[in-house]
Design a protein around this ligand. Structure first.
Ligand SMILES: Nc1ncnc2c1ncn2[C@@H]1O[C@H](COP(=O)(O)OP(=O)(O)OP(=O)(O)O)[C@@H](O)[C@H]1O
Ligand SMILES: [Mg+2]
Length: 277
């Protein structure tokens, strides 16, 4: 039997509050097919990740389905132990007093923090594993440090540790390099590259094409809940598609497999380029 896709969304309609973010939206992502999702603010990227993570559900309708790893129904705790998630959303939900080790340990229970009953369920083995993950991320010194006294990048490292604690097959990364300095962002990209080479499923949301490691070949461009383009980088990350998606003139330069976007200069030549094909 062939392997079930990581995500199979068919004709899904999704609301956030009163806003219809996706209307009859369909998308399939196969396993071991690392994918990057790009699109303007508010286009639905985070909503899509929350749908995969079962934080939100589509409107129930005949013919509409959201299947994760071949299943319509999941115990969310089982599902979340198979997904590693890094997002700003998650980062801001932590109590400032949580230590780096607390953040990593909370991954075992897919919880935010380790208080009360959750703290009681942590085993010595889990503590040892959490410590070694932090060490491997070059963040051993953050183990006893509180989030309040960490920089954004240090907090993000702890969250990556949290995501990796279960050794999940799938990593869901919502703007993982936002707010990181160059060294930290490069380090993150290298870790994503290695995790992808190790066969992990990667779903990466980011804003800048330059944040997509060359190993991620498939790109989905979203605009207002619609797929503007979906395919390989050379076909999707074109000046035309980016203009259509963002409504501004964009130039693209490709260096060593990385795609960089920069503003089109408003001269006669680029004016002509700004016209949709
Ligand atoms: N909790 C919420 N309640 C109501 N509407 C929401 C909520 N969260 C998001 N939305 C709306 O849903 C739409 C999609 O938001 P989403 O967060 O998925 O966008 P995004 O592509 O991740 O944007 P960004 O690049 O800014 O992170 C937006 O119109 C947003 O205003
Ligand atoms: Mg978002």
């Amino acid at each position: 039997m062939s392997e079930a896709p990581l995500v199979e969304i068919r004709d899904a309609t999704i609301f956030r509050g009163d806003t219809c973010v996706f209307d009859r939206f369909s998308l399939t992502i196969f396993q071991r097919e690392p994918v990057a999702i790009l699109g303007p603010n508010g286009s639905g990227k985070t909503t899509l990740l929350k749908l995969i993570n079962r934080e939100i559900y589509p409107v129930q309708r005949e013919g509409s389905s959201v299947r994760i790893l071949g299943r319509d129904q999941w115990n969310v705790w089982d599902l979340r132990s198979r997904l590693g998630i890094v997002s700003h959303d998650l980062q801001v939900r932590y109590d400032d007093r949580a230590t780096g080790l607390d953040v990593v340990l909370s991954g075992f229970q897919s919880s935010i923090g380790v208080h009360g009953a959750v703290a009681g369920r942590i085993t010595a083995e889990q503590r040892a594993r959490a410590s070694s993950i932090l060490e491997n991320l070059g963040a051993g010194e953050l183990s006893r440090k509180q989030l309040a006294s960490m920089s954004t990048g240090q907090q993000r490292r702890c969250l990556l540790g949290r995501a990796l604690v279960h050794d999940p097959d799938t990593l869901i990364l919502d703007e993982p390099t936002a707010g990181l300095d160059l060294a930290a962002a490069f380090d993150y990209l290298e870790r994503i590259r290695r995790l992808s080479a190790a066969g992990k499923n990667i779903v990466l949301v980011c804003h800048s094409p330059g944040e997509i490691p060359p190993q991620i070949k498939r790109i989905v461009l979203l605009r207002a809940g619609c797929i503007m383009a979906d395919g390989t980088k050379d076909r999707v990350l074109t000046e035309h598609n980016l203009y259509q998606t963002y409504g501004v003139g964009v130039r693209i330069a490709v260096v060593d497999g990385y795609y960089f976007a920069y503003p089109a200069v408003p001269d006669g030549r680029t004016e002509a380029r700004l016209q949709p094909d």
